[in-house]
Design a protein around this ligand. Structure first.
Ligand SMILES: NC(=O)c1ccc[n+]([C@@H]2O[C@H](COP(=O)([O-])OP(=O)(O)OC[C@H]3O[C@@H](n4cnc5c(N)ncnc54)[C@H](O)[C@@H]3O)[C@@H](O)[C@H]2O)c1
Length: 346
């Protein structure tokens, strides 16, 4: 797809040259394929290089993207190509949502997480010192080009992290995708094209379907937060250092099905299939040293908590999730205490 990006994007009939936003690592690895392909159709594209990593998804980096756009003589007819993972996508997408009150953008995601999750749904934004994703917008990309070949250069931990989000999609919406993951996991981890194409297409379809039914996240879209109540708390309680997002969500899914089982919603067989598949992907960073107090403090700060109530997505069966607003905090507390004390059991 990278080689054909110029021809594919020409079909969108933009009337100007794109501005590419990326980081130096992605530019070095895959820019030599993308840039000539764009040049063939649009002439040389200006490139804005941003820093690599979550700590660069901030207002200072955003400001540098605006400067770069201005220096590239971008105007209201211009369009952006976000070329990279979720960090580049969120940052460049938010720049597109706001530059000159909004210009179009296209995402060419280069991580599995970005291909199956962050490039779909139109949530864009940056972090503040005070917390993640606190400033943002809904701005849908005009197109998403997911080239599986880019994933071959991805670190295995990043691939695994994206795969947990695929497992999440399957768990909440598609038992057949879940079974496919169970049977084809080795091919996926080896980046076999056919297997990757199947899971990326299916997970993207699921996310797009859920988002289309509730673009502005009133309720239905929240099922995508399966595993995120505890997952976000784990990330925040460890200052975003110990876990990749997907890894925290993986532990969060394990906690959510375990809790669901404890309160009689999730069947034991579902719990064991989920736990088994997650642990087959790779070894998750441990939960050692995490206290219930730290976890609860982090949960209290989470945007998803409304007026002190705890909302959680639980699984009835594979492919069928349920948003629950009636979680008894004391019950959850005692479950999490056990969960943190004996993570090896899970
Ligand atoms: N907008 C949404 O709906 C949404 C959803 C989920 C996550 N997110 C956001 O996504 C971000 C995480 O995204 P991510 O996991 O893609 O992280 P990332 O963008 O930081 O990418 C991970 C690392 O992989 C490198 N990389 C990217 N593509 C590569 C390739 N093809 N080969 C080698 N290295 C490559 C990056 O330079 C980076 O170092 C977070 O900021 C999160 O908040 C957004």
């Amino acid at each position: 797809l990278l080689e054909r990006a110029g021809a594919l994007l020409e079909q969108l009939r933009f009337s100007s040259t794109p501005v590419v936003v990326t980081n130096s690592r992605i530019l070095g690895l895959h820019g030599t394929i993308l840039l000539p392909a764009l040049e063939k159709k649009f002439g040389p594209s200006p490139v804005i290089v941003v820093g690599d990593g979550e700590r660069h998804k901030n207002l200072a980096a955003l400001s540098r993207v605006y400067d770069g756009l201005f220096r590239a003589h971008a105007d209201r007819r211009s369009w952006i190509i976000a070329f990279g993972g979720g960090v580049v996508g969120d940052l460049a997408g938010f720049a597109a949502a706001t530059f000159m009150r909004g210009i179009p953008y296209v995402h060419i995601p280069t991580t599995l997480l970005a291909q199956v999750d962050s490039s779909i749904g139109g949530k864009v934004g940056v972090n503040l010192e005070l917390g993640k994703n606190l400033v943002g917008a809904f701005h849908q990309p005009r197109a998403v080009l997911s080239d599986t070949a880019t994933l071959r250069t991805l670190a295995s931990r990043e691939l695994a992290s994206g795969l947990y989000e695929v497992i999440k999609c399957a768990a909440i919406k598609s038992e057949s995708l879940f079974s496919y993951l169970e049977s084809q996991l080795p091919s996926i981890l080896a980046c076999k094209r056919q297997a990757l194409e199947h899971v990326i297409l299916e997970a993207s379809r699921i996310k797009a379907e859920v988002v289309s039914s509730d673009e502005l996240e009133n309720r239905q879209r929240m099922i995508l937060n399966f595993g995120h109540t505890v997952g976000h708390a784990l990330e925040a309680a460890t200052d975003y250092r110990r876990f990749k997002h997907g890894e925290a969500v993986a532990w969060g899914m394990i906690a959510a099905v375990g809790f669901g089982e404890a309160i009689g919603i999730t069947a034991t067989e579902v719990v064991s299939r989920i736990v088994r598949l997650i642990h087959r992907v790779t070894r998750l960073p441990s939960l050692n040293g995490l206290s219930l107090t730290a976890l609860r403090a982090a949960m209290g700060r989470d945007k998803k908590f409304q007026s002190g109530r705890i909302r959680m997505v639980l699984l009835r069966r594979l492919g069928e999730a349920e948003i629950r607003d009636d979680i008894d905090p004391a019950r959850l507390r005692s479950y999490l205490k056990k969960f943190l004390a004996h993570p090896g059991q899970f």
